[in-house]
Every structure is written in structure tokens, then in C-alpha cells.
Design a binder for this molecule. Structure first.
Ligand SMILES: *Cc1c(COP(=O)(O)O)cnc(C)c1O
Length: 389
């Protein structure tokens, strides 16, 4: 099993069959589990075996299938599934940190990730230093002997800067710090996080893992010791566990994730190439383009583009003129989704903060879906022409 390739793992790893030997994974929609005797209950509370369950907040057979499948695909020893991507980011950080610890984080983060690092951790006495994630000298200057963890999005949302995980991990490991990465934009298909030195990988399963815009979910992947010794006690007592129904959706999502994400990335590259030099655009950022500054770190490019139309009026005209892509704020969906970060996902930040992150008033994040690539190119080009007129 461990020598299976990732696409085989995506379909089969973690499967547990009931007495009926069903083909498709069963949904164990139950909070609790019956013990044959009082002695059995006592024994299970003392120490639950690998496939023994107590309460759905602690674990559930359907959730365990998802955890094993994604951990195996990612190349981690174990995983804990969470109610949302943010429960996973919060769980990975908060479960291992205490007052007096120091964390170094990239500044270019999803709004809610920034909130956890800037507002919540600091409230509990954790010191956080923010750096420009693409500048390795800033990481080197900020990481010190008290640094307990470093945190970054391997590809930043929405500006698509790719961070050099290997170099940051080397600096962090030299002081014994844990490297925790939010790997959403890299996706479980194109990930190289563990190979590059990450210790803990976090996903919002809401994005490509579900891939069809249906449900929230998240997952923390790491060593068995970190997941069962540090994360599980925190998560099972604070209540951010994944529902069995959502775990089943995520399991089904993993079965097709390779096909979906590769098709989306192929369309994203075709769109980026078709749009380069369009006179309604001041820039097109896509890590898969040879002229992207970190192309070598992420040649597969991913499924999201950052288009800059220069100003908000043009960006809004463009969004309102799209007829296939919808205006929303999810990504990794089968439906193409266009977002104006400055007025939505990053509205909470000041203009200066947005400026520092490269989120200008003309920036549009475009998540490429599964529609026909030629239709998408025609839709975008038409909307760009409207924006320019
Ligand atoms: C969406 C997202 C999250 C949060 O995930 P939810 O499932 O919405 O809680 C965290 N990090 C990144 C990079 C994201 O894109």
C-alpha cells in the first residue's frame, strides 16, 4: 500500500468496510459507540485502540477514513480532520504554543489566518514577528532561539507568491522550530511540502479537496506524535472536529482531485498565456508562467490566477461583465470564481496593509474551474474588453 502511487491512494487508502462489505465508503452518522460491557467502556476510555471509537468529537470511522487517506497521499504519518480550514490553522498553532513562545510568520496571509496570528495568539502571550515571506534574509533575521514555530502559506492568497519552503525550513530547524504550512494553493496534487521540510501541513478541505463548493472542512497532517499527542487532545476537547457527513464528501472529493486539479491547472496556464499583454491588464500573475518570479518553486502553477486591471472601476466592470465565472469568494471549485480581494476577503485591512501585501484596487483573483478552457478564455477576454471601454 505504501508503494502505491498517489492516484491509487486517493481512491483506496484508509477504506474501512463494515460487515456488509460495501464498495463506496459508508457514512457512520453516529455520535457515539456502544460498549458490550461496563468493563469494555472503562478499557476504551483508558486506551482506545486504532479502530476503536468513543465519541464523534474524538473520532469516527468515516472521519478516520478521510484522515488516513489524506495523510497517506500527502506523505505524512497521521492526520486530524477539522470542521473548517480555519479550525485546522488554529488547531495546528494553538495546540502547540503557550505564553512566552515566539512565532515567525509570513505577512501575506489569508485574512482569517492573519487574525489568528495577529489578534488571538498575541492575546495569549505569544509573540509574533511578521516577515516578507519571499525574503529569506528577513526570515533569517527574525528566527531566534525562542522561536517555537514558523507559519506561512506556501503560495500566498491572493498575490500568488511562492515561498521557498526548503530555505525557511532549514533556518527554522536550526533552532528546533516547527514548520507549519497552509498548503491550500499548492493542493494535495502538486504539494511538495513534506519533501521541502515542512513538519505540519494544513489544508482547508473546503477548497480543492471538496472541489465542488459544498461543504467546509479542514485537516492537519503531521507525525503520529504531533497529531495524536499534541493536536488531538486540543481538538477533541475544544470541539472543532469534522462531521462524518463532511468527511464522506471529502473522501469522495479525494477520489477525483487529481483529475480535477490537473485539468484546472492546464486551463489556468492556457488562460494566463492567452491574457498576457492584454491592454486592459497591468499584470497577470500565475506561478506556472515562466516569467513568474518563483516559477521554479511551483512549475505546476496551481488553479488560481491574479489579474490586475489597475483600478477598482475597471475591476468591477470586469467582474460584472463575466458570464461564466461567478463573483464569489471560494476557490478550487468546479465553477470558475472571480473575487475582488480589496473589497471582500481583505476588506478588513487598511489600505496601507493591503498595499504592503500587493493587493491593489485593480486586483482580481480568478479561480479556474472545470468549464471548457476556450469558453473561459472567451468570457474573460470579452469582460476585459468591456472593462476597457
Ligand atoms: C480558505 C482558506 C482558509 C480557510 O479555510 P475555511 O475552510 O474557509 O475555514 C485558510 N487558508 C487559505 C489559504 C484559504 O484559502
Amino acid at each position: 500500500m505504501s508503494n502505491w502511487n498517489k492516484r491509487t491512494k486517493a481512491v483506496h487508502s484508509g477504506t474501512r468496510r463494515s460487515q456488509y462489505n460495501e464498495v463506496s465508503e459508508a457514512i457512520f452518522m453516529t455520535q457515539g459507540f456502544v460498549y458490550d460491557t461496563a468493563e469494555d467502556a472503562e478499557a476504551r476510555f483508558l486506551k482506545a485502540g486504532d479502530d476503536e471509537f468513543i465519541y464523534a468529537r474524538y473520532g469516527n470511522p468515516t472521519v478516520a477514513m478521510f484522515e488516513e487517506r489524506i495523510a497517506t497521499m500527502e506523505g505524512g504519518e497521521d492526520a486530524f480532520a477539522t470542521a473548517s480550514g480555519m479550525a485546522a490553522v488554529n488547531g495546528a498553532l494553538t495546540s502547540m504554543l503557550k505564553a512566552g513562545d515566539h512565532v515567525v510568520s509570513s505577512r501575506a496571509l489569508f485574512g482569517s489566518c492573519l487574525y489568528i496570528l495577529e489578534e488571538i495568539l498575541t492575546r495569549y502571550g505569544v509573540e509574533v514577528t511578521f516577515v516578507d515571506g519571499t525574503n529569506i534574509e528577513e526570515w533569517a533575521a527574525a528566527i531566534r532561539s525562542e522561536t517555537k514555530a514558523v507559519f506561512f502559506e506556501t503560495v500566498s492568497n491572493p498575490t500568488l507568491e511562492v515561498i521557498d519552503t526548503k530555505s525557511v525550513a532549514e533556518l527554522a530547524h536550526a533552532v528546533g522550530a516547527t514548520v507549519i504550512v497552509d498548503n491550500v494553493f499548492a493542493t494535495p496534487v502538486f504539494t511538495t511540502a513534506f519533501e521541502d521540510g515542512a513538519d505540519v501541513v494544513v489544508y482547508s478541505a473546503t477548497k480543492h479537496i471538496d472541489g465542488q463548493g459544498r461543504a467546509l472542512g479542514g485537516v492537519i497532517i503531521g507525525t503520529r506524535e504531533f497529531i495524536r499527542g499534541t493536536v488531538e487532545p486540543y481538538m477533541k476537547h475544544t470541539g472543532g472536529s469534522m462531521s462524518p457527513f463532511h468527511a464522506w464528501m471529502m473522501l469522495k472529493g479525494l477520489e477525483t482531485i487529481d483529475l480535477r486539479v490537473r485539468a484546472q491547472a492546464q486551463s489556468a496556464l492556457a488562460i494566463a498565456e492567452a491574457l498576457k499583454g492584454h491592454d486592459a491588464l497591468t499584470s497577470v500573475a500565475y506561478p506556472g508562467l515562466a516569467d513568474h518570479p518563483q516559477n521554479a518553486l511551483m512549475p505546476d502553477g496551481g488553479t488560481v490566477l491574479a489579474l490586475d486591471l489597475g483600478d477598482q472601476t475597471s475591476a468591477f466592470k470586469f467582474l460584472n461583465a463575466l458570464s461564466i465565472a461567478v463573483i464569489s469568494n471560494n476557490l478550487g471549485d468546479a465553477k470558475s470564481i472571480a473575487t475582488h480581494p480589496a473589497t471582500t476577503t481583505h476588506q478588513r485591512l487598511s489600505e496601507d496593509q493591503r498595499g504592503a501585501l500587493g493587493i491593489g484596487p485593480g486586483l482580481v483573483r480568478f479561480s479556474v474551474g472545470l468549464e471548457d478552457e476556450d469558453d473561459l478564455i472567451a468570457d474573460i477576454q470579452n469582460a476585459l474588453n468591456v472593462a476597457k471601454s
